[in-house]
Design a protein around this ligand. Structure first.
Ligand code: S3P
Length: 197
């Protein structure tokens, strides 16, 4: 059970390519609230791309920055009002402090996709440092194996991304967060179109 008073954000977690940024942006528009992307804030903070920082400084240093940015962002959001939508980097769940913050101060949604589906979307990607390897599908399978339990542990809601369009996914999310009492029901579309009078 999520306490609405404690919720500062609707946070999206999931593997790279699961649609966190696209879905998050549309969700925030529908709710009329701010959209924050942790990766974009990290890049602003670093003054360079994640890929170049990651390649020069290594993953551990990147994770330190990621935690600092996430905890700072969450602390800066007001609790109990209309929650901002927060899209996160795929590895955010690796650090226990991040998982604790996302589980307690946010209502977290896991956009769950299979490694094969993600590979189809990301096979031409050049920006994600972890996927610049000889066999990105194997890498996605390894990441799924390690992270799927962590996303599940952190998230209050699991959304299977599968086939639905972004608009359908956003409607599914809106219905779930409305049922949980986290947003104003007036925003949420009715599943059945009203008959014309
Ligand atoms: C990462 C995912 C990226 C970014 C960084 C590390 C990961 O974000 O934070 O490259 O560990 O999976 P996206 O999930 O938005 O690609």
């Amino acid at each position: 059970m999520i306490e609405r008073e404690a919720v500062r954000a609707l946070a999206l977690v999931g593997l790279p390519g699961s649609g966190k940024t696209t879905v998050g942006r549309q969700l925030s528009r529908r709710l009329g609230v701010d959209f924050i992307d942790t990766d974009a804030v990290i890049e602003q903070h670093l003054g360079e791309s994640i890929r170049s920082f990651f390649e020069r400084e290594g993953e551990d240093r990147f994770r330190d920055v990621e935690t600092e940015v996430l905890l700072g962002l969450i602390a800066g959001l007001p609790a109990g009002g209309a929650p901002a939508v927060l899209s996160t980097g795929g590895g955010i769940v690796l650090r226990p402090a991040n998982r604790a913050a996302l589980a307690s101060a946010a209502a977290t949604l896991y956009l769950r996709s299979s490694p094969e589906e993600l590979f189809r979307r990301l096979r031409h990607d050049t920006q994600r440092p972890l996927l610049q390897v000889a066999d990105p599908l194997k890498k996605l399978r390894d990441l799924f194996h390690v992270r799927d339990p962590l996303y599940r542990e952190t998230a209050a809601f699991v959304i299977e991304t599968g086939r639905p369009s972004v608009a359908t996914l956003v409607n599914m999310i809106l219905m779930q967060v409305e049922l949980a009492g986290l947003v104003d029901p007036a925003i949420v579309p009715s599943p059945v179109e009203p008959r014309p009078a």
